[in-house]
Write a protein that binds this ligand. Structure first.
Ligand code: SF4
Length: 814
């Protein structure tokens, strides 16, 4: 989403804002009352279709929306009877979700009707972390954030004491369509400290592909003939339409699937070949594949000649380091002959061959280099920006809307800690070489706890994010939250993190709000919107309205503090009216107007009024949709005719600034990072006697801790079990269902055992998202084991991501 910034001053060290165009649209134009009231009538997001229903006896309304039960954002049609959502059906019009709503998506109803959800604003009255709150009005909650209570200080005190250093407040957010809205608050507030989920999630894969190919591409599984799926468990971890493509269409028409995983997963069961690899050694596997392809001259010479930078350097490195399959066999545990076979088969099918980039978290310390090596290997076959390979796709434009990014003279730059005297070739930061937009959560937390901050950070705003459950070393995260003077959480559920809040602001669920309109790029690009299905229940509100109320309360009082300490503002006040100066610091500005009005404007300004109406009604829009979209078979739809699909948008040219695949990035060396992917001895898989490497992962019926309390999903997966090799379990006298304790230097957790031959003797596995400690969660409370209570805080060295598979643990029957 692009944003116009009304005041062209940027905070040093703040997260880069996407700024499109040179001229700002004034807020007055965008939200003038005449304009807005006209639009308001015509942009009711609930333009329902009247349908008959099987659930009740009468008519029902049908509202187009988007699922938020995981990151995929499939399109849904919600059936509403007498104001109650009785069913969620798939919306066939959305190319991304192809008439599919998975079991988790169906269970979205329970998100709205969960009896445990947050219902009212609350403020803390007991000891921090004990979850003792009292119900208050919205105004009282906003007042507590501004002025504090006898239990905690408010923003006014904190900013007064920190002399208007806006960076004394941290802002963090989980993934979601309204993350953008919350980020507007962060930018207007003027802090430089932003942390999002990236460093606990896709940071290294996005960055590894980003610096090598210029983007994190999508996979055209529909047309691929050969797929290597390594460390991605699509048959089990996330069942989206892509998954269906892979296992129904792709496999159905005879494409080959190679699964590389330490565990025999459901994906391995469906694959043509399963290669059991030692954890953290995928990089050696890819380097050996590359060795075969280079030494046997199997690569696409034309593509390499046109679109590679530094190929000769990389070739020499791979050959001189002797990354042979025989070398890799000793490291990975995969037989050399299998590595030869996979390399040859992949190139025989290239460019319709995919080394699947994966959507998973960072697992190993070498993850960034692994992703670089994967991207280069893929490009050696020429399968870039082409049918059946990795694709860039097209993205449909959206209009712009108003943002605010004032400059506060006293606001400090981002709280990273630089090494005092970095040696040549060493990273400039304590925790990692490169500080990305989303930051290093784990590095930031540890610096804060160890008093290694360049200035005091006193509090945080936390939106739709549960760092207590989602970040390794839960005990340290609890310490961090306790040490914060002011913690404000905006959430739908009383999560473990909410238990540590001083002020709790209850957001409504995704079925009760309209979110910022979103454009979805790909082979078949489209725009889709999450429409409000029912009005918010209890006293909950959408985050946009929450922030409007909060900023109305805090904007002027905080400006008074700015006036006291900000010399620039004092100078401006000498020459201008205070109202003019204040307009540039008016925190309420980004939240004027309704989300429906903003969405309407962003679509109508590019595609016209009719398109905006169509989007609000159908939930999906793309130009020529009326002409292109049709049902072509049982559960088969055409979104674009074949010749209109954006398989190739750049003729194969990478999106890097050079237009080349970057094999040897010298700038990385300046930051102490290997400029080319190489293997280092410290990457070898080692586990001491009597210990096990702990692996974690996802399940298709659970989205991390976000769905842990959903009782409908508990019908599908009650709890998590720890996978332990059958023979090891026999030796230890552990049987199925026995309670075991898993422990590391970080902490311990308990869960039931699942002895199996599907995992090796030196490895354990269990699913993330279970074992919450919030007693307000009926279904999730102490249900199963919490992986992050045990996972140590290993910080991946390039972007500071949390490396989730670097912890060795002990296990005992209890
Ligand atoms: S994959 Fe399932 S949970 Fe995820 S967005 Fe789609 S329907 Fe919702």
């Amino acid at each position: 989403m692009s944003v116009e910034v009304s005041r062209r001053k940027f905070l040093q060290g703040s997260v880069a804002l996407s700024v499109a165009g040179a001229s700002a649209i004034s807020a007055t134009n965008l939200f003038s009352s005449e304009h807005a009231s006209n639009k308001h009538q015509s942009t009711d997001s609930r333009i329902p279709n009247t349908i008959t229903t099987k659930t009740g006896t009468g008519e029902a309304l049908e509202v187009a929306t988007l699922c938020e039960m995981c990151v995929n954002k499939c399109a849904a049609l919600a059936r509403v009877e007498n104001g109650v959502i009785t069913k969620l059906n798939p919306n066939p019009m959305f190319p991304k979700s192809k008439n599919m709503l998975c079991p988790r998506g169906n269970a979205g109803i329970q998100a709205a009707y969960d009896p445990d959800r947050l219902k009212y604003p609350m403020i803390r009255i007991g000891e921090k972390g004990k979850g003792q709150f009292k119900r208050v009005t919205w105004d009282e909650a906003y007042d507590a954030i501004l002025n504090g209570t006898d239990k905690f200080p408010g923003l006014a005190k904190i900013l007064e004491e920190e002399k208007d250093n806006r960076s004394s407040m941290l802002f963090c957010a989980g993934e979601g369509m309204a993350e953008h809205t919350f980020k507007q608050f962060y930018q207007a507030f003027g802090s430089s400290n932003w942390l999002n989920h990236a460093s606990l999630c896709l940071q290294t894969v996005v960055s590894g592909y980003g610096v090598t190919l210029g983007t994190y591409p999508q996979s055209d599984l529909d047309n691929a003939e050969y797929i290597i799926m390594a460390g991605a468990n699509r048959a089990e971890a996330i069942v989206t339409p892509d998954t269906m493509d892979c296992f129904k269409r792709t496999k159905g028409r005879g494409a080959k699937l190679v699964c590389v995983d330490p565990r025999f997963t459901n994906t391995a069961a469906k694959a043509d070949k399963w290669l059991a690899i030692k954890p953290g050694t995928d990089l050696a596997f890819v380097l050996a594949l590359t060795y075969v392809v280079i030494t046997e001259d199997l690569y696409n010479k034309e593509y390499v000649a046109n679109y590679f930078n530094g190929f000769e350097d990389y070739k020499n490195s791979v050959i001189s380091n002797k990354y042979t399959p025989e070398w890799a066999e000793k490291i990975t545990g995969i037989r050399a002959k299998d590595i030869y076979a996979v390399a040859r088969e992949f190139m025989a099918h290239a460019p319709k061959a995919i080394y699947y980039p994966g959507r998973r978290s960072t697992f190993a310390m070498n993850d960034f280099q692994l992703r670089r090596a994967q991207a280069i290997f893929q490009a050696l076959g020429g399968g870039i920006d082409t049918k059946g390979g990795l694709i860039f796709g097209k993205k449909l434009k959206l209009g712009k809307h108003e943002g605010l990014e004032p400059l506060y003279a006293r606001s400090e730059a981002r709280a990273v800690s630089k090494k005092d005297h970095p040696k040549k070739g060493e990273s400039g930061y304590d925790d990692c070489a490169i500080v990305s937009g989303g930051g290093s959560w784990i590095g930031w937390r540890n610096r804060f706890l160890e008093d290694r901050m360049p200035y005091k950070v006193r509090g945080m705003f936390c939106y739709k994010h549960n760092p207590m459950m989602n970040m390794p070393n839960t005990a340290k995260t609890a310490q961090m939250l306790k040490k914060m003077d002011l913690v404000v959480t905006i959430d739908t559920m009383p999560s473990d993190t909410v238990m540590y809040a001083d002020v709790v602001l209850p957001e409504c669920t995704y079925l009760e709000r309209t979110d910022p309109v979103k454009t979805f790029g790909g082979v078949e690009p489209s725009i889709a919107v999450r429409n409000k299905v029912i009005d918010p229940l209890f006293e909950t509100k959408p985050v946009r309205e929450i922030l409007r109320g909060l900023t109305e309360k805090i904007s002027k009082p905080l400006f008074e503090i700015t006036k006291k300490y900000d010399e620039d503002v004092q100078d401006e006040l000498e020459d201008s009216d205070e109202s003019e100066v204040y307009a540039e610091f008016d925190l309420t500005l980004p939240f004027e107007g309704t989300q429906e009005e903003v969405n309407h404007h962003m679509v109508a300004s590019v595609y016209g009024e009719e398109a905006a109406h169509k989007l609000a009604k159908d939930g999906v829009f793309y130009p020529d949709m009326d002409k292109f979209y049709k049902e072509v078979g049982a559960n088969e739809h055409q979104y674009y005719p074949e010749k209109e699909k954006a398989y190739s948008v750049r003729g194969g040219k990478p999106k890097t600034p050079s237009g080349k695949v970057e094999c040897n990035i010298k700038n990385l060396a300046k930051k102490g990072v290997d400029p080319m992917p190489v293997w280092r001895d410290e990457y070898n898989f080692t586990v001491e006697d009597g210990k096990f490497r702990l692996l974690t992962g996802r399940h298709a019926q659970f989205t991390q801790s976000g769905t842990a309390n959903n009782s409908m999903l508990h019908d599908l997966i009650m709890t998590n079990y720890i996978w332990i090799n059958q023979r090891v379990a026999d030796k230890k006298g552990i049987k199925f269902g026995d309670m075991v304790e898993v422990s590391s230097k970080t902490g311990s957790t308990r869960l039931k055992a699942y002895p199996t031959e599907k995992i090796g003797p030196d490895t354990l596995f269990f699913i993330h998202g279970f074992g919450e400690e919030s007693s307000e969660l009926t279904w999730a409370y102490k249900n199963g084991g919490n992986d992050n209570a045990v996972i140590e805080d290993a910080i991946e060295p390039v972007y500071g991501a949390a490396a989730m598979h670097e912890t060795n643990v002990e296990i005992r029957k209890v």
